[in-house]
Design a protein around this ligand. Structure first.
Ligand SMILES: Nc1ncnc2c1ncn2[C@@H]1O[C@H](COP(=O)(O)OP(=O)(O)O)[C@@H](O)[C@H]1O
Ligand SMILES: [Mg+2]
Length: 141
């Protein structure tokens, strides 16, 4: 397990961290994003999508749980903000996306920890007292 922690001052720096992570992902990678509202999870997800050549705008949604985009690899963006249980996640079939050879990004992965694969990259977002963000990336390498 490797852990790296980075302070970002703005959206652009958060996007750059995502772009660098993208280089280490491969078909089938799952990236879980966790941390409070407004800390940059969707900014990060959008930059990951862009790194995989997704041209369509990745939006923040709470009504569809998983959105599918086309890039160099299939790109799946899930948001579990409103999910309450693992059985609800089973209903949407989240785990089936993991086996499709794409990149799956799961916002609010900590809501349902049991659906996060053991080899997922977990990215945590925290707010520092000075208003900067801390991004911590845990990867199995
Ligand atoms: N260091 C930073 N990294 C990412 N976003 C930041 C940062 N500083 C300020 N912001 C702002 O915070 C907001 C983050 O929103 P978003 O990515 O939708 O959060 P989340 O998906 O975690 O709820 C954006 O409006 C962004 O411009
Ligand atoms: Mg979000």
């Amino acid at each position: 397990m490797s852990t790296a922690s980075i302070i970002t001052l703005d959206e652009r720096e958060t996007a750059r961290v995502a772009t660098e992570l993208a280089e280490r992902l491969e078909p089938g990678s799952v990236v879980g994003l966790q941390g409070g509202l407004g800390l940059g999870k969707t900014v990060f997800a959008k930059a990951l999508a862009a790194a995989f050549g997704v041209e369509e705008t990745v939006t923040s949604r709470s009504y569809t749980l998983v959105a599918e985009y086309e890039g160099r690899l299939p790109f799946f963006h899930a948001d579990l903000y409103r999910v309450r249980s693992a059985s609800e996640v089973e209903t949407i079939g989240l785990e089936e996306y993991f086996d499709r050879g794409g990149i799956t990004v799961v916002e609010w992965c900590d809501r349902v920890p049991e659906v996060v694969p053991p080899d997922a990259v977990v990215v945590s977002f925290e707010l520092n007292d000075d208003g900067t963000r801390r991004i911590t990336i845990e990867e199995r390498v």
